[in-house]
Design a protein around this ligand. Structure first.
Ligand SMILES: Nc1ncnc2c1ncn2[C@@H]1O[C@H](COP(=O)(O)OP(=O)(O)OP(=O)(O)O)[C@@H](O)[C@H]1O
Length: 263
């Protein structure tokens, strides 16, 4: 296989992905493939390179090596095509320049920009996608409130709705549960599961290991490398998780779910 041809069965694929921050190498040659209809969580200790990996996969960071989206090099996609094909939720409620005085509805509508023609008004389909996403994350009731006046968790729900409103085949989320209360964490995990069941590719960085183990597959990172990529139910995945956290956690099955408890 040529170096620039990716597997057509992968929605998103990295080959020899390397990236540096401030001149310091952070990703040291990552090979990963994410299939359609699969939700994958990325876990690892602080500083392992999880956010950097997601930003590189989203095309938001200069990198060496290759990233393919649906078999085509990411660099060959126009910005607009890429924004339709790949939705992104940044870490920590960052709104990527969306002004805090925009209404929540207008912030979520930004997710529809890649679908709209230049200066054309939002279509009925755009409005429907925005309303569905805001109802999904339960922020429709405060759609008129400015983003800057929301609490951390409320803000996160608006930004999650913006990512969902894109309706992209690939959704990358960096710590989507940050600031969410337990019911809304459960809703967010259910959304990831439902999107994957509908054929989307979902990749989420998650610190909460019980949440990460709800995904179908788990990427375990340490020091800018992938230590393991496997099914969330596999013993090898559990051993890798325990190893990167210095065996201070142990994965157990509790009531049919995987949980990581202090060792
Ligand atoms: N601007 C920068 N210059 C140099 N190094 C940086 C810069 N930004 C981040 N780093 C380093 O890059 C490494 C990877 O950071 P990254 O944010 O990807 O880790 P992470 O796994 O997402 O961590 P966390 O779990 O704490 O969010 C860390 O060691 C971090 O200190």
């Amino acid at each position: 296989m040529s170096g620039t041809v990716a597997s057509s069965s992968s929605a998103l694929q990295a080959h020899g992905l390397r990236a540096s921050l401030g001149g310091t190498p952070v990703l040291h040659g990552i090979d990963l493939a994410f299939a359609p209809g699969c939700w994958t969580s990325v876990v690892g200790p602080n500083g392992a390179g999880k956010s950097t990996l997601l930003r590189a996969l989203a095309g938001l960071l200069p990198h060496d090596g290759q990233v393919h989206l649906h078999g085509r090099l990411l660099a060959q996609w126009s910005a607009r095509e890429r924004a339709r094909g790949l939705a992104w939720l940044a870490q920590g409620g960052a709104s990527d320049g969306a002004a805090d005085d925009l209404s929540s509805l207008d912030v979520v509508m930004l997710g529809r920009l890649p679908h709209q023609r230049w200066l054309a008004p939002a279509s009925a389909r755009d409005h429907a996608a925005v309303e569905a996403a805001m109802r999904r994350t339960q922020c429709w009731d405060w759609r008129a409130r400015p983003l800057g006046q929301l609490s951390g968790g409320e803000r996160q729900r608006v930004l999650l709705a913006r990512a969902l409103a894109v309706q992209a085949p690939v959704l990358l989320m960096d710590e989507p549960l940050a600031n969410l209360d337990p019911p809304h964490q459960a809703d967010c995990l259910a959304s990831a599961r439902e999107l994957a069941a509908a054929g989307h590719t979902v990749v989420s960085v998650l610190h909460e290991l019980h949440a990460a183990l709800c995904a179908e597959r788990v990427v375990v990172m340490v020091a800018g490398r992938v230590l393991h990529h496997g099914a969330s139910g596999d013993a090898a995945t559990h051993r890798a998780l325990e190893a990167v956290f210095d065996h201070r956690v142990r994965v157990h099955a509790v009531d049919g779910q995987w949980v990581a408890l202090p060792a």
